[in-house]
Design a binder for this molecule. Structure first.
Ligand SMILES: Nc1ncnc2c1ncn2[C@@H]1O[C@H](COP(=O)(O)OP(=O)(O)OP(=O)(O)O)[C@@H](O)[C@H]1O
Length: 266
C-alpha cells in the first residue's frame, strides 16, 4: 500500500451489492453493501446462520463473492490475487474459537503473528529474531499478560485466552482487525475489559476493527456503526450520536422502531 492511497481511502473496507454462496445455489449473503471508515469500529450482529462469519471471510479473502465487489484498501481480497496476498498480514483475523495452539506458551502463540515476517521453517524451530521476541513481550505486557508469557495456553482463563488472541493479532502489525464473536461467551465485566483493550489498541495503532457480536448493547457501546444482518441481508445500520440512536440507512425509522428491531435480535 502506498502513502497516497492510504490518504485517499477514507473507507478501508467497501462492499458493494455483495452476494455470497457456498454451493452456488443458495445465497448466504444477498446484496450487502457497507463501508468501514479507517480507524472506526464496525460491529455486525444477527441471528445464528444469518451470514456474519461469511461476511468476515469475504473481507479476509477466504471466500469470494458470487456477485458484487469487496475491496480492502483498493484491493480485491482473494488467495489468487498476488497484491492481496502481499497485504494479507495487514489483516488480523480472530476466528470463532480463537485458534490458539493449546500446547504452546502464551509467548509462542503471540509470536505466531510474526510468522509472515520471519518465515515459517526458522520459526517452527523456535528461532525468532530477538527483536520479534521483544516486540511480542511488549504487546503481551500491553494486553496484561506480561507475567504469564511462559504459561501454556490451555492453562488460561477465557478472558486471558482472548488477550492472547488479541496479542497474536497485534504482533502481526495489522491495519484491520476482524474478530468473530470474540467476547460472546464471557461475562459482561470480562467482555467489557476485552473490548476496552481492543479500543486501546485501536487508538494506539490506528486500527480499524470489524467485529461480530452477540450482544447488541455491547456492540452499541463500542462500535461507531452496528449493522444488523438478517437472512443474508443488511437490515439496518445504526450508531449512537449523543444520546440518540441514529439510523444511517435513512430508512426513516423512529427511535422506537429501531429499538424494537434490535430488541428482537439476535
Ligand atoms: N463452509 C460452509 N459450507 C457450506 N455452508 C456454510 C459454510 N459455512 C457456513 N455455511 C452456511 O452459511 C450460512 C451463513 O453462515 P455464517 O457462518 O456466515 O453465519 P453466522 O451468522 O456467522 O452464524 P453463527 O452466529 O452461528 O456463527 C449458514 O446457513 C451456514 O450453514
Amino acid at each position: 500500500m502506498v502513502a497516497h492511497e492510504r490518504i485517499l481511502s477514507r473507507n478501508v473496507i467497501q462492499l458493494n451489492d455483495v452476494w455470497a454462496s457456498y454451493d452456488s445455489k443458495t445465497h448466504v449473503l444477498r446484496g450487502v453493501s457497507l463501508s468501514v471508515a479507517r480507524g472506526s469500529n464496525y460491529a455486525i450482529i444477527g441471528q445464528s446462520g444469518s451470514g456474519k462469519s461469511s461476511l468476515l471471510r469475504l473481507i479476509n479473502g477466504m471466500m469470494a463473492p458470487a456477485r458484487g465487489r469487496v475491496m480492502v484498501d483498493y484491493v480485491r481480497p482473494g488467495q489468487n490475487n498476488r497484491e492481496f496476498r502481499r497485504m494479507m498480514p495487514q489483516i488480523g483475523y480472530i476466528p470463532q474459537g480463537l485458534g490458539l495452539v493449546d500446547n504452546l506458551t502464551v509467548l509462542g502463540n503471540a509470536l505466531i503473528g510474526a510468522l509472515p515476517r520471519t518465515g515459517r521453517i526458522k520459526s517452527m524451530l523456535g528461532e525468532f529474531p530477538e527483536a520479534e521476541v521483544e516486540a511480542a513481550r511488549r504487546i503481551l505486557g500491553m494486553v496484561g499478560l506480561g507475567s504469564k508469557s511462559d504459561r501454556k495456553a490451555h492453562m488460561l482463563s477465557g478472558g486471558e485466552r482472548r488477550r492472547v488472541a488479541i496479542a497474536r493479532a497485534l504482533v502481526q502489525r495489522p491495519e484491520v482487525l476482524l474478530a468473530d464473536e470474540m467476547v460472546s461467551e464471557l461475562d459482561r465485566s470480562t467482555a467489557t475489559e476485552i473490548m476496552d483493550l481492543v479500543r486501546d489498541a485501536q487508538e494506539r495503532f490506528g486500527l480499524t476493527a470489524v467485529m461480530v457480536h452477540h450482544d447488541v448493547g455491547l456492540a452499541l457501546e463500542y462500535a461507531d456503526r452496528v449493522a444488523m444482518i438478517k437472512e443474508g441481508r443488511k437490515e439496518l445500520e445504526i450508531g449512537v450520536e449523543g444520546d440518540r440512536i441514529v439510523d444511517f440507512e435513512s430508512s426513516g425509522l423512529s427511535q422506537e422502531e429501531i429499538l424494537e428491531m434490535y430488541g428482537r435480535e439476535p
